[in-house]
Design a protein around this ligand. Structure first.
Ligand SMILES: O=C(O)C(=O)C[C@]1(C(=O)O)C=C[C@@H](O)C=C1
Length: 371
């Protein structure tokens, strides 16, 4: 028997309608649930206001995101689940109080992308031109929190950030790591590029790739990857090394993706402010200390870590601002654990006795790395 014309497509059209109707019904339930959740957050906000507790609770947010990822059975991947709940919490926070977060700008810098990963979109973001400026604005109370880079896996420590910790009394309450992918953006072809703009760190992270693939181009350092993208848009034979997002924003063509020399190019950012974060069970503590300029003092300090079986995930030295004559250094270290753990408290006290001064920059949940 001949098949009736159109039967197959009619059947799939009605199946499509039925699936969409089911989605519409679920969306209404999701909307109601999201608003029910937001009402609870508003009530929490009132209690926080009464008790003078900070709106942003990195420990609680971390607990929620970790649980949701653990419970996720798919098909949504963990990145999507995190993004969903991050936005729900971002919106809830904004109902409690609008949060101002300063970051090393301009818009679409990697600090901006890291801030969006950490705080979501319901935040009042303040781009600031320098790391010192981010610290100053937060210290003056013109922003609640700041986000600054601390170290990059290819380039090492970010000296401006370490320097500002020695100048202003800000604490770290959270951290976030971002896989930094660089792209070659331009309006011309690869062969026509004569000049490549980017900030020094980005050019350094792509040095080998650029030398191999665009040897004819002159490398020009500018203040930010965003400035680089703007220049590449204006100049006919110019290119920029910047994020994919900057390329989209400024309407540039992506000539080559992921041009960083090391695949695992990760930058770790700190969230700085005046608040502390309670213990979550997977915390880090950052300390800053200055030791006397005498033989063996650093090894005495390291021996205390060893004796107390404290893991140190990071150590950096930074020239201390003294009278300019002495060769003195400030050390920065990250320890595994929280200052309200007796073992950490004891270790820090013992180290303090060996130091000219020691400051705890903060205990906070170990950050996720976003790709
Ligand atoms: O539990 C809290 O402290 C809340 O304010 C609620 C909530 C959330 O939406 O779940 C919102 C903001 C905080 O940073 C953490 C969590």
């Amino acid at each position: 028997m001949a098949q009736k014309k159109g039967t197959g497509s009619t059947r799939s059209a009605s199946k499509l309608d039925s699936l969409r109707n089911q989605i519409d019904r679920l969306d209404l339930q999701l909307l109601k649930l999201a608003n029910d959740r937001a009402k609870l957050a508003v009530d929490i906000g009132k209690i926080k206001a009464e008790q003078g507790v900070e709106v942003f609770s990195p420990a609680r947010e971390d607990e929620i995101l970790t649980r949701m990822v653990e419970k996720n059975t798919g098909p949504l991947d963990n990145r999507a689940v995190r993004a969903l709940f991050r936005e729900l919490m971002s919106a809830s926070r904004s109902l409690q109080r609008g949060l101002r977060v300063a970051y090393l700008g301009p818009e679409y810098s990697f600090s901006h992308l890291a801030a969006l990963e950490k705080f979501g979109s319901s935040v009042d973001y303040v781009p600031v031109a320098t790391i010192a400026g981010v610290f100053e604005i937060v210290n003056r109370g013109q922003a609640d929190l700041g986000l600054v880079p601390v170290e990059n896996s290819t380039d090492g420590r970010v000296a401006d950030t370490l320097d500002m910790f020695t100048r202003l009394p800000l604490k770290i309450c959270a951290e976030v790591s971002l896989k930094v992918h660089h792209n070659l953006l331009a309006m011309c072809s690869l062969a026509d590029i004569r000049r490549i703009y980017s900030k020094p760190q980005a050019l350094s992270q792509c040095r080998k790739w650029l030398a191999t693939n665009v040897p004819q181009a002159q490398l020009k350092e500018v203040a930010s990857t965003t400035t680089a993208a703007q220049l590449a848009k204006q100049e006919p034979h110019a290119a920029a090394v910047a994020s994919r997002q900057a390329g989209v924003k400024y309407g540039l063509n992506t000539l080559c993706e992921d041009i960083e020399d090391f695949e695992n190019n990760v930058t770790r950012f700190a969230v700085v402010g005046h608040q502390a974060s309670p213990r979550t069970g997977k915390d880090k503590t950052s300390i800053m200390f200055k030791i006397p300029d005498q033989p063996g003092t650093l090894s005495d300090v390291l021996a205390i870590f060893k004796k107390n079986k404290i893991n140190m995930s990071w150590i950096e030295s930074f020239p201390a601002r003294t009278d300019g004559k002495k060769n003195e250094y400030v050390f920065f270290a990250d320890l595994t654990g929280h200052t309200n753990e007796i073992k950490i408290k004891r270790t820090i006290e013992a180290i303090g006795r060996k130091c000219e001064n020691l400051e705890v920059l903060g205990s906070f949940p170990r950050g996720e790395c976003f790709d």
